[in-house]
Design a protein around this ligand. Structure first.
Ligand SMILES: [Zn+2]
Ligand SMILES: [Zn+2]
Length: 148
């Protein structure tokens, strides 16, 4: 028996509605794309654009940029700023908590790693200065074996 998933709103959709924003087909398509590929994938706006075109969505790169920025603001995506590799976006999700990034500054290849120490050190530093911790992540800029 098939469960009727299509009738059930995903938490993401619910939240979008709660925030009083219209879930335009455009935004939904971008969110769907990230949900389909899952956590731990880091896409540039160009890659998102390319994937949308592949699925026959006619959308401009400028619109993709705007949509991505909005989804970051709303807390659904995380934006990584890599100096030379440009910006990349990833899905924020409960089952993919605080993690860190090893980034090739040449080709933008991004690997994730976990480190309790980094999280802890960030927490301690924040506590010491009386800051409220929001996240404690580390972006390591490096050059991958292919680009060496
Ligand atoms: Zn990541
Ligand atoms: Zn590289």
């Amino acid at each position: 028996m098939k469960a009727s998933y299509s009738k059930v709103s995903t938490p993401l959709e619910l939240e979008l509605h709660q925030q009083g924003r219209r879930l335009t087909p455009q935004r939904k398509r971008v969110l769907d794309l990230f949900q389909r590929i899952g956590g731990g994938k880091h896409l540039s706006a160009e890659e998102v654009h390319g994937k949308l075109l592949q699925s026959k969505s006619r959308v401009s790169l400028a619109t993709v940029y705007r949509t991505l920025r909005l989804l970051v603001k709303m807390g659904f995506l995380n934006e990584l700023e890599l100096s030379e590799g440009g910006h990349r976006f990833e899905l924020l999700s409960q089952d993919h908590p605080d993690h860190h990034h090893l980034v090739c500054v040449n080709c933008g290849r991004t690997e994730e790693f976990e480190s309790e120490q980094v999280v802890l050190v960030g927490k301690q530093a924040a506590e010491k200065e009386g800051f409220k911790l929001l996240e404690s992540t580390l972006n390591v800029r490096a050059i991958c074996p292919k680009c060496l």
